[in-house]
Design a protein around this ligand. Structure first.
Ligand code: NAD
Length: 392
């Protein structure tokens, strides 16, 4: 019998939903490039249900109980007296979501001598100190591709919202006003703008593909250059570095993982090299951007807008500068946790647990750390070291 410690975000204020806005969600069997959607042996939930909060339990309760395992689910994750920290001592498996990350710092690894598997129910395992996982031979995996398209859709929405000044215009309506000039004095079309992504992995590529019909110039940088035919398909301009890319782009979207190479990449210096009045959309990770440098650049006019749904730490404190800075369109970390995405990452989490308990290999594309080294998607997209900074 294993103990599975699962950290999920809080339930809706009104409790677990009794009904939903829609009766069903489209069935997704595979992703671009041929990877199949998760293939667990069974499912104990209806796709489209709320699974990501505490009462949803990622749909794992019945499966784990039937298999004789102990499941502990909590949202209480911050500080030394949190339930998460208290339950770590005899946990074999930790499951956490990037939206409500249970930061697994070196100190917390030391409190969890039995820990063998850390599953990210979603994508992005930077909340786990990967160096500690490597050193302690803990397997880290995530449900690769489960919410990449969900995030790409959010990025496109945010690019349009910023450039077209949507949120302030919406606010006019809510506030009972009709001052069109107030709305349009910062509104532009994206047509013919230069739009670039830092990283063209699953999300970055999906963003480029979705922006292509808007008749914009598309740019990217990545540590792995795309095949020529993919570049030609969308008319992409490749740049060797983020610095080269930002110099020519009106809109920059960040879609790389947070790891030591990318931490604080968008600092004061890089932002000063951007075109004046550029926009940044960052749904990757908060710590890729310097918090104060972003707020200052919006104040000075160096940036015309900033949007995204990732912060550091999470949940963001009430006085986080990004809540009150001008010209932002921030959301809490929601882009990868639509009900559609939840169905896929819950199914993927179950697939990973089924493999783990049966002693079968976990799909290579789900692996971040395995056998004491970066593996699978982790070897492709991450570097060793600690990018969480140990904050909880
Ligand atoms: P992916 O592994 O398919 O792509 C990551 C890409 O980043 C790869 O192409 C890799 O080569 C590139 N990369 C890594 N380091 C780089 C560097 N230093 N410079 C340039 N490129 C670099 O992953 P994905 O599915 O596209 O997801 C990317 C990231 O987005 C995740 O790691 C996560 O942090 C974030 N994400 C956020 C949400 C959300 O809800 N907001 C959901 C999913 C993923």
């Amino acid at each position: 019998m294993a103990k599975i410690l699962c950290v999920l975000y809080d339930d809706p204020k009104s409790g677990h939903p009794k009904s939903y806005a829609r009766d069903d969600i489209p069935e997704i069997k595979g992703y671009p490039g041929g990877q199949t959607a998760p293939t667990p042996e069974g499912l104990s939930f209806n796709p489209g249900e709320l699974l990501g909060s505490v009462s949803g339990k990622l749909g794992l309760e019945k499966y784990l109980a039937d298999a004789g395992h102990e499941l502990v689910v909590t949202s209480d994750k911050n500080g030394p007296d949190s339930r998460f920290v208290k339950e770590l001592a005899d946990a074999d498996v930790v499951i956490s979501q990037p939206f409500w990350p249970a930061y697994l710092t070196p100190e917390r690894f030391a409190m969890a001598p039995k820990l063998k598997l850390a599953v990210t129910a979603g994508i992005g395992s930077d909340h786990v100190d990967l160096q500690s996982a490597i050193d302690r031979n803990v397997t880290v995996c995530e449900v690769t591709y489960s919410n990449s398209i969900s995030v790409a859709e959010h990025v496109v929405m945010m690019i349009l919202a910023l450039v077209r000044n949507y949120i302030p215009s919406y606010k006019q309506v809510i506030d009972g006003g009709w001052n069109i000039a107030d709305c349009v004095q910062r509104a532009y079309d994206v047509e013919k703008m230069h739009v670039g992504t830092v990283a063209a992995g699953r999300i970055g590529w999906a963003v480029l593909k979705r922006m292509h019909p808007f008749d914009v110039h598309l740019h990217y940088t990545d540590r792995h250059r795309l095949p020529l035919e993919q570049e030609k398909e969308l008319g992409l301009t490749f740049h060797e570095s983020a610095e080269d890319l930002v110099k020519v782009c009106d809109v920059v979207t960040i879609n790389c993982p947070l790891h030591p190479e990318t931490e604080n990449l968008f600092n004061k210096e890089l932002i000063s090299k951007m075109k004046k009045g550029a926009y940044i959309v960052n749904t990757a990770r908060g710590k890729i951007c310097d918090t104060q440098a972003i707020a200052d650049a919006l104040e000075s006019g160096q940036l015309a807008g900033y949007a995204g749904d990732v912060w550091f730490p999470q949940p963001a404190p009430k006085d986080h500068p990004w809540r009150s800075m001008p010209y932002h369109s921030m959301t809490p970390h929601t882009s990868g946790s639509t009900l559609s995405a939840q169905a896929r990452y819950a199914a993927g989490t179950r697939e990973i647990l089924e493999c783990w308990f049966a002693g079968k290999p976990i799909r290579d594309e789900y692996l971040i750390v395995h056998d004491g080294k970066l593996a699978g998607a982790g070897a492709h997209s991450y570097s060793e070291g600690d990018a969480t900074g140990g904050s909880s």
